[in-house]
Write a protein that binds this ligand. Sequence first.
Ligand code: APR
Length: 259
Amino acid sequence: MRIDMHAETRLPEALLDGLRNARHVVVFIGAGASAESGIPTFRDALTGLWSRFDALSLATPEAFERDPALVWGWYEWRRMKVLETQPNAAHRAIAALASRVPRLSLITQNVDDLHERAGSPDVVHLHGSLGAPRCFRCSKPHAELPIPQEPEGGRRLEPPRCEHCGGPVRPGVVWFGEALPEAALHGAFEAAARCDVLLSIGTSGVVQPAALLPGIARDAGATVIEINPQPSVSSAGYAWSLCGPAGQVMPALLAQAWP
Ligand code: APR
């Protein structure tokens, strides 16, 4: 059921009861959860990163091999943007939810650290993290990253060199054409198959295999609640579609479930 969320919207008791009585809640996150912190999403028509940059010339191993400085400069620009932002009300509400339910699994497609900075422990990053660079050649983690320099979006910046093998350091994100971290993906599928409620927050649900999670939960009998100003391509198949910004909907959900 679709519910257009406004400040005074009263959520159905059936939805609130389901969340209050859940033993295991999965929170599945997309770029929209960080949008109100000022971090661009990917496919939003006006602000989306991919609408201004070409994903295939920046977010693939081939792009990095072709021009490491262009790719590294772009990701350092994104990392700098993230460091300039703060967690928003949605991140804080999700951190608070963890103390309201017996078990919460937080699974994100985002590469920022805003959930960690809002106090959420054990964040599962399906698409990696800007804060976890590694060597492109030997894959060893690259320990320390300096405060990012000020490259303008797309300005070239030579990547650091690996202290073990001298190879170029790459961003610790999953690029198009790369496999997702196996343990993270397996754990996410397990959590989705066992949870009672899955909150799908701020994702267009178009990038596989992460986009499978809400359907896995629904097919296993869980209640799926989507939170997005624009219902995703799959929202009609979910129990609830709460249409509004996560920074408004998440605090309202917690306030009404646990007044
Ligand atoms: N609150 C909730 N949702 C929002 C908000 C908001 N304030 N603002 C925008 N949204 C929604 C948009 O309506 C859109 O459905 O967030 C969604 C963002 O979708 P995408 O830009 O496609 O981002 P995402 O779904 O996270 O993309 C998944 O694709 O490019 C890859 O690796 C990248 O992790 C990313 C993956």
